[in-house]
Design a protein around this ligand. Structure first.
Ligand code: FHN
Length: 583
């Protein structure tokens, strides 16, 4: 609880931190590399959403409240006074921080990020700045204290999730938001000061209009000076780009990007990023959510993320008693079992050098490529397309018969002779040692036998920070095209020049359709407008006119916005050039 001196102590802490803010230099990239070193090595962490919302667990006054469990106050339109009735009920007698950390560590996780305060405003730690905290419950134990101590006992790095949006604080939504922002900063100071060295500050709820990039930058620099080694996500500012999950350092502050519930199709090349993912459909516990992803899906998502140079933050939502749900525990055990055999193919790796592998993914560690085979070749011949390097060796991780696998070069590809049975149905890993930097023949986009040229989203290059390739759930397209300055382009080879009809496969809900765009190729420009469809995955083909490609050779086609869309320009699945038979 709050002794009378508490506000004075916090004010002093705040003053000291602010003062130090005036003296320490801003961050230099070298320091960022030092700070992020362990995090880039780690690749895999545990996300924990826990709070009062675990008590109702998706139900209020006998009625099911739709949406994620931690949003029940909002979706259930529960007033703060009604929600506060949960405080005297919060008594997680089965909570055991050491058990949670053991589960995480056995799963192969290297760090943990837990909600210290979610949007509902309830603090799981003893704060001098609110009565709406754990010390007001029958439990009266500081969760952050117990979690941070247990993390250190189990060798886990410690991350604090903290929501900027606060549904309960009286100043967090009105004219006195700046007063609330001072409390927010003071609570961040408590979280950085009271629990020993902390490794990550993971902000969220930044999208509210009262929170600005300027406030985010101020908070980032405040933390940077108060705790130089703490890593801070891009949701401290407005970098999430309209929830697009992309990190755009030219426009926002933060040490890493935070795509959520999806793995960017090409990753976010050149930047640090972490995908956060639920195991079912909710972050906070819901007793009725049994839509669990399989262990195979979770392992392959971890691999997919690492193959694109990202971290994977996998979520659990503990119950009101303080238990991680058994389905989550079972999946984490399976992921840990896979990592005990194949961990070197994830930890400390970088993105692989291939644009696409039909049968799996690739991560890289220096001159060692880790080929994650999801689809085991029936004939035992694994074809690595375009790889021209000399090979020093190839081993199958976890194989009962260790030793080098036979490899051969064939037609600018490498063939690896595998045993007929995989080591793991989830993913078997071939560690391939190559000579020199990866030398991969880029598969040029070629004109088809019928003369057509089909430019697919996966093969596109994107210039910009919002538009990007997305796949899964009915998508195989360029999406999140919220910045009209972004350009989507293809490079391809024309062997039979002539005149072509140009068609786009596009999807765009009516409320944002209608923006103008242009297709530029071979010196010609065709203009058109985005047609409305029933949704982001309802694609239609639209004909936008004719172009002439006068001579054979390399060609480039660009799609550019010519007006600002209401939300996003379109989802673009492909551009097709069909030859017009000369009469
Ligand atoms: O609104 C929150 C949501 O409850 C959850 O915490 C996720 C996890 O990153 N973040 C916000 C939605 O983007």
């Amino acid at each position: 609880m709050r002794p009378i001196l508490a506000p004075l102590i916090s004010a002093l802490m705040l003053l000291l931190a602010t003062t130090s803010a005036l003296t320490a230099p801003p961050d230099e990239s070298g320091e960022a590399d030092d700070r992020l070193g362990w995090w880039r090595e780690a690749r895999f962490g545990l996300f924990i959403h826990w709070g009062l919302y675990a008590i109702p667990a998706g139900e209020w006054n006998g009625k099911t409240v739709p949406g994620v469990g931690e949003w029940i106050m909002y979706h259930g339109k529960i007033p703060p006074a009604g929600y506060a009735t949960l405080v005297p009920q919060f008594n997680p007698v089965k909570f055991d921080a050491d058990e949670w950390c053991r589960i995480a560590s056995d799963a192969g996780m290297k760090y943990l990020v837990i909600t210290t305060k979610h949007h509902d405003g309830f603090c799981l730690f003893d704060s001098q700045h609110t009565r709406f905290d754990i010390m007001a419950t029958p439990f009266r134990r500081d969760i952050m204290r117990e979690v941070s101590d247990a993390c250190r006992r189990h060798g886990l790095r410690i991350g604090w999730y903290h929501s900027i949006w606060d549904w309960s604080h009286p100043d967090a939504s009105g004219e006195r938001f700046d007063d609330y922002a001072r409390v927010l900063k003071a609570q961040v100071d408590e979280l950085l000061t009271n629990y020993g060295p902390i490794d990550i500050m993971w902000f969220d709820g930044e999208w509210i209009p009262q929170w600005t990039e300027e406030k985010g930058r101020d908070l980032y620099e405040h933390i940077r000076r108060a705790a130089p080694n703490v890593i801070i996500n891009n949701r401290v500012g407005k970098g999430r780009g309209g929830m697009a999950g992309l990190h755009n350092p030219e426009k926002s502050v933060g040490d890493f990007g935070t795509p959520e519930q999806e793995i960017p199709g090409r990753g976010i090349p050149g930047y640090d990023w972490e995908t956060c993912m639920t195991m079912n459909d909710t972050w906070g516990f819901r007793r009725d959510d049994h839509n669990w992803k399989s262990a195979t899906t979770l392992v392959r998502q971890l691999i997919d993320t690492a193959s694109k140079g990202g971290n994977y933050l996998l979520n659990v939502g503990p119950t009101a008693e303080g238990l991680i749900p058994q389905p989550s525990v079972a999946r984490l055990e399976a992921v840990g079992a896979w990592l005990r055999i194949n961990g070197e193919s994830v930890y400390g790796t970088q993105a692989g050098p291939f644009k696409r592998l039909e049968w799996g993914r690739c991560t890289r560690k220096g001159q060692r490529l880790f080929l994650h085979v999801f689809d085991w070749p029936g004939d035992g011949m694994l074809v690595v397309p375009g790889l021209r390097n000399e090979v020093e060796g190839a081993q199958l991780l976890g194989s009962a018969t260790p030793g080098n696998l036979r490899t051969q070069q064939h037609d600018e590809s490498l063939i690896i002779h595998l045993p007929l049975q995989p080591v793991s149905e989830i993913a078997s890993v071939v560690a391939l040692d190559i000579v020199g930097e990866p030398d991969i023949a880029e598969a040029l986009l070629l004109q088809r036998a019928d003369g057509s040229i089909v430019l697919r989203a996966f093969d596109a290059e994107v210039i910009g920070f919002t538009a990007r390739y997305e796949s899964g759930n009915g998508k195989d397209n360029i999406g999140f095209w919220t910045d009209s300055a972004d350009v989507v382009m293809w490079r391809f080879e024309v062997s039979r020049p002539g005149r072509f009809r140009v068609a786009l496969s596009q999807a765009c809900p009516a409320d944002t359709a209608g923006a103008r765009f242009a297709v530029i190729a071979a010196g010609a420009e065709l203009s058109s407008t985005v047609r409305p469809t029933s949704g982001w995955t309802d694609f239609i083909d639209i004909d936008i006119g004719e172009i002439e490609v006068p001579s054979p050779g390399k060609c480039e086609l660009r799609v550019e916005a010519r007006s600002r869309p209401a939300l996003a320009l379109m989802n673009l699945r492909s551009v097709t050039l069909r030859p017009i038979e000369s009469r």
